[in-house]
Design a protein around this ligand. Sequence first.
Ligand code: ZN
Length: 129
Amino acid sequence: MSQLKYCQGPKCHTYDTKDRKRGPKDNKRNETRRRSNFSYLNGNACSMTCQADWFDVYGSRALQHFGYLTQPRVLTKDNAWVNRRNWSHNTNTSDTFYAYNYLTEERRPITEQQYNDDTNLDGQGQLTI
Ligand SMILES: [Zn+2]
């Protein structure tokens, strides 16, 4: 059985739903949701509302911690590569795979394996081959 974890939404316990209720009749309370997995905040919040609550409280602190952009990030022809597939409707020809440059519109053939695993790209849009 997987480990249960708490929703990280700072106001989760304030939303009045049946599944948050705990305790005997004379001492009722609402608690933060606890599950094995959540669908928001990378698996750490039970709802979009709790995710937004987390961001309202911690978002700017996270930016301070990890650092603000102080100059624009730039897309140039050197980091404008993505892998694409040409879906052929002709059953006599095989699908072709290629790296495509957004800025120059250049196409370079790649293998199906490279298309599937992106080993020809560095994760930042630059070719490694
Ligand atoms: Zn929650």
